[in-house]
Design a protein around this ligand. Sequence first.
Ligand SMILES: Nc1ncnc2c1ncn2[C@@H]1O[C@H](COP(=O)(O)OP(=O)(O)OP(=O)(O)O)[C@@H](O)[C@H]1O
Ligand SMILES: Cc1ncc(COP(=O)(O)O)c(N)n1
Length: 272
Amino acid sequence: MHIPPRVLTVAGSDSGGGAGIQADLKTMLALGTHGMSVLTAVTAQNSLGVQGAWELPAEAVRAQFRSVVDDIGVQAVKTGMLSSAELVETVAELLAGVRAPVVIDPVGVSKHGDALLAASALDAVRTVLLPTATVATPNLDEVAQLTGVRVEEEADMRRAAAAILDFGPRWALIKGGHLTAGPAGGEGGAVDLLTDGTEEHWLRAPRHDNRHTHGTGCTLASALAAQLAKGGTVPQAAAAAKDYVTGALAAGFRLGAGIGPVDHGWRWRGTH
Ligand SMILES: Nc1ncnc2c1ncn2[C@@H]1O[C@H](COP(=O)(O)OP(=O)(O)OP(=O)(O)O)[C@@H](O)[C@H]1O
Ligand SMILES: Cc1ncc(COP(=O)(O)O)c(N)n1
């Protein structure tokens, strides 16, 4: 009997199905793993933005986590929207008892600028959550929020990674999706930097001029967790995750009147 690797996401729900827990579970299935979830918050969300958000009690987060980990077990964990300082602290405490690799996506704001994390939670992210990470995957806005480092060109990503590594994760994967200046200040590709402070891996992909990019961050972090659960090293898992998100983003489709989702089923749909 084939038993797929088990991966857990601790994140918020996106009713539109493009980001959050929905993106995570779709990614985990697409990459051949068994996805499981600990819900932290419910958002009313669509292609136009976030219309409402409701956080779950810490007790509900703790109970979901225990139900999954104590019976089924996990081979990798990924975190996304954690909403408040109380939930960040609760999740950090739960993760401290886990032996599997942990991917922390320090989600701050949605693509439309809606806050998914209270400003008062930033300190807890720095001091108790990031130290539990095997890999932390901030985008450039989250880097600025957490470290004060502003990335304006590719070379600045090294300083960003060093500042994130100072908080204690084993690896930093700095996502350069929001950076349009290339190495010579011209138009670059979509470049991310993975480093543990010793090894440096630049993950490069062509930039796709597609407006339907809702869910890219969640998808990349979940793909990374799924690949780690399958037994890859961090550099191997990150390269495979980058491949998957690039294909999903190239195949992103129009839905609603705003920003549509990436296509988690692009490989079997053959749309790219
Ligand atoms: N236009 C694009 N073309 C190709 N790859 C992209 C593009 N935009 C982002 N990416 C890639 O998608 C992944 C997610 O990066 P991004 O910086 O967009 O994360 P994020 O900000 O967390 O996501 P979001 O913008 O959805 O909140 C990275 O690997 C990044 O390089
Ligand atoms: C519930 C929830 N979690 C996370 C994100 C960020 O999404 P992404 O960075 O992948 O676009 C989101 N929009 N909604």
